[in-house]
Design a protein around this ligand. Structure first.
Ligand SMILES: *Cc1c(COP(=O)(O)O)cnc(C)c1O
Length: 381
């Protein structure tokens, strides 16, 4: 029987070669040759002002919370339908997270709902580009400007995707990417902090290097380095960076392949929307599609459960996604807002289909055949 996981790590070429190069070069701790190559890649390809490789996207978000000087009692607006990490960094600094609802037509934050959530305690808005599909950044930046708020783009899923031609992660004051094994470009655990607002650059380097001004020292700007601020060990080892660099070199190939898998799902499954049982992803005209994820939204939770079960019987793994954070065990009792109807809808009805680099070779056609069979069966029941 077919065995199709939801996601699968992969090698594109030079990963293992570059790992051995980093070891043979005699430098496998952080901030070495491969870290610089990765950071240069992002600064050159996307024109980002300044980037720092981190041990995860979660850590990059923690750096954002430190850079914005988030303090107990501050409020940060984030969508409820997102990964825990979007909230975690701010909650750890003592902030109250204020949850926004998703849009009716897609899981990203409802941009029009943000303004009503702003109070005199609000410090930042953290939009998440769900599935790599851009939020309406003009709307978000303009409301942020009007109230003097910072914007941190959680672009964990949004590498190589654009809003009106501008690379995601490069629009807010700060932005973050993830290279977790479930993301398009991966190195196991890894992330990137993108510093668009120049005023955060110096301090970001210090936080990154355990509260020391070591980065300045290495550039010859100071003749001694020492402890100057808070910080942590946010920088990944060169072993991780070398693996990542091999994938970055092949980014266009990887993206092309993911997009063709995504397009095939879309073309083959589009017809099922007419029956009202499922809807397909919506991509606004201002956004590109980086094919991070292909999902279906069912018309009720039972149909989703049936679908997942039917595919599982055929050896195909499909999975639901987030449980709205405002209803999580951790935050439920702290939550003071109202019902977030759309976030709850995606919690109950969204399912993600297998999508990884080698899926074409592993039987995408058969996967699609089984998905159609399952949808037809649900339609008739
Ligand atoms: C994956 C993900 C994260 C966390 O990334 P890590 O690199 O695993 O820390 C944060 N936010 C979103 C939206 C994600 O999808």
């Amino acid at each position: 029987m077919l065995q199709i996981p939801f996601n699968k790590p992969y090698l594109v070429g030079k990963e293992l070669f570059y790992i051995s190069q980093s070891v043979l070069s005699g430098h496998i701790s952080g901030n070495g040759m491969f870290t610089k190559k990765c950071q240069n890649f992002f600064e050159e390809k996307y024109g980002f002002n300044k980037t720092l490789l981190t041990t995860s996207c979660t850590d990059a978000l923690e750096m954002c919370a430190l850079l914005l000087d988030i303090k107990p009692g501050d409020e940060v607006i984030i969508p409820s339908y997102t990964f825990v990490s979007t909230a975690l960094a701010f909650v750890r600094q003592g902030a109250n997270v204020i949850f926004a609802d998703s849009r009716n037509d897609r899981p990203g934050i409802d941009e029009d709902s943000i303004e009503a959530l702003i109070t005199d305690k609000t410090k930042a808005i953290v939009p998440v580009h769900y599935a790599g599909v851009s939020c309406d950044m003009d709307k978000i930046m303009s409301v942020a400007d009007r109230y003097g708020l910072y914007v941190v783009e959680d672009a964990a899923q949004a590498i190589d995707s654009r809003y009106k031609g501008r690379p995601l992660g490069g629009i807010g004051h700060l932005g973050v990417f993830s290279f977790h094994e479930t993301k398009n470009i991966q190195c196991g655990e890894g992330g990137l902090l993108i510093i668009n607002d120049e005023k955060f650059v110096n301090r970001a380097e210090i936080l990154w290097e355990k509260g020391t001004n070591r980065a300045e020292f290495f550039r010859g700007e100071v003749n001694k380095y020492g402890w100057v601020d808070v910080g942590s060990s946010f920088l990944p080892s060169e072993i991780v960076a070398s693996f990542l660099y091999a994938q970055l070199e092949e980014l266009d190939t990887i993206q092309e392949r993911r997009i063709s898998i995504w397009n095939k799902y879309y073309e083959e499954l589009k017809e099922f929307e007419a029956d009202g049982v499922v809807s397909l992803p919506v991509i606004d005209s201002f956004s590109t599609n980086n094919a991070h994820m292909f999902y279906l939204v069912f018309n009720n939770i039972d149909n989703r459960t049936t679908f997942i079960t039917l595919l599982k019987e055929k050896g195909i793994s499909s999975v639901f996604h987030y449980l709205s954070l405002h209803e999580s065990e951790f935050y439920r009792s702290l939550y003071k807002g109202g019902v977030l109807q759309e976030a709850d809808k995606y919690t109950d009805m969204l399912v993600r289909l297998p999508l990884y680099y080698e899926l074409f070779d592993h039987g995408l056609d058969e996967v699609i055949r089984q998905i159609k069979k399952a949808l037809n069966k649900i339609k008739k029941s």
